[in-house]
Design a protein around this ligand. Structure first.
Ligand SMILES: NC(=O)c1ccc[n+]([C@@H]2O[C@H](COP(=O)([O-])OP(=O)(O)OC[C@H]3O[C@@H](n4cnc5c(N)ncnc54)[C@H](O)[C@@H]3O)[C@@H](O)[C@H]2O)c1
Length: 324
């Protein structure tokens, strides 16, 4: 991707609105938002709250979240469900466990599910929210970079079957997305790099200014500089919010967000799921798509080279499996 300008400041609004009429919702981005009890009190409509998280994330952030919720509204009935970690648990069985927890607490129509974790927890908890009493509120509290810039926004929810990934699901928009950027401090480096690929995707989708900004800020993002991360997340969320508002159910423009995914999914399948992280597959897929575009004369060789250079950190794992 060739840049036209490298000096533009990337807007970093603390709050972005996804405009979907009656189903519009805010994306809040900032430090220590998990402690913001007043924000939760504004978003949660009923008394019943179920936090869904996993065995990796819960020990890190669950108690802080519970304390903030109680500070915001002392009359909430707060329960929690801690699932095992990993994509292999993004299943109907885990969804049934969410239903059982909701039934146990006698959750009513105005109950809220809080999804505390990465894309796996967000997709699964969102799907359970879509189904319980034909749809209750849920709030995305993404804790991976990938979930912050992609999966938590847009209302795609679902789980995997043995026959394939994300085969069962629903479009169900969250009531809010609350991104506490401090949670990235504990994210393993490989997961951070995989999320970076999804950020590059937004630049490669024709946003040359953002692409150039990323080239300038790669080091800052890699060392988790708070300001750079917040700016990048806000920019991606703004882009995604616009695309979702124009094409909520992927009839056209939203398919652009699948850039690199055709190659990526094929490689994920060929290597066996679990060998590559989703973002790593996307990084490799974007490079292959850029190279193919260059070969077809649809993009310049320099663009393909830039895409390859920028996604390099996300592709570090591929050396060990000799894909590229
Ligand atoms: N709904 C959508 O639009 C959409 C888009 C892209 C991807 N996805 C889905 O997202 C999933 C991948 O999401 P992911 O990459 O976030 O994976 P993930 O949810 O498995 O999280 C990755 C790992 O990081 C751990 N983790 C999460 N936050 C942490 C933190 N702050 N500190 C330490 N460890 C932390 C998790 O426990 C897990 O081990 C896939 O299931 C994919 O299908 C959905």
């Amino acid at each position: 991707m060739t840049a036209t300008s490298t000096t533009m400041a990337i807007a970093a609004p603390a709050e972005i609105q996804v405009e979907l009429g009656a189903r519009s919702y805010p994306i809040a981005i900032g430090a220590r938002l998990l402690d913001d009890g007043a924000r939760f009190a504004r978003v949660i409509r009923g008394r019943h709250v179920l936090i869904v998280s996993n065995e990796m994330v819960a020990p890190l952030y669950l108690e802080r979240l519970r304390a903030a919720l109680a500070r915001g509204n002392a009359s909430l009935q707060i329960e929690q469900l801690i699932l095992p970690d990993g994509e292999v648990h993004k299943t109907l069985d885990s969804t049934a466990r969410v239903f059982a927890a909701l039934a146990e607490m006698k959750a009513s129509r105005d109950a809220t599910i809080l999804a505390l974790g990465g894309g796996v927890i967000g997709d699964l908890a969102g799907f359970a929210a879509a189904c319980w009493m034909r749809g209750i509120d849920f709030v995305q509290l993404p804790t991976t970079l990938l979930a912050m810039v992609d999966s938590s926004v847009g209302g795609k929810t679902g789980v995997d079957l043995a026959a394939g990934k994300n085969l069962v699901g629903a479009f169900h928009q969250p009531r809010a997305v609350i991104v506490d950027t401090d949670t990235l401090a504990t994210l393993p480096p490989r997961e951070l790099a995989a999320g970076f690929a999804e950020i590059v995707k937004y630049g490669a989708l024709g946003d040359a200014t953002f692409f150039a900004w990323l080239e300038q800020h790669t080091d800052a993002l890699r060392v988790r500089a708070a300001q750079a991360l917040a700016q990048a997340i806000a920019h991606c969320c703004t882009q995604k919010a616009g695309i979702v508002a124009r094409d909520e159910t992927e009839q056209g423009e939203r398919a652009l967000l699948n850039l690199g995914h055709t190659f990526g999914h094929a490689i994920e399948t060929a290597t066996g799921y679990g060998t590559l992280l989703h973002g790593e597959g996307v990084a490799i897929g974007m490079v292959l798509a850029a190279r193919l575009s260059a070969q077809l004369g649809l993009a310049s060789p320099a663009s393909a080279h830039s895409c390859s250079a920028l996604t390099c950190p996300s592709r570090c794992h591929m050396a060990s499996i000799r894909i590229i």
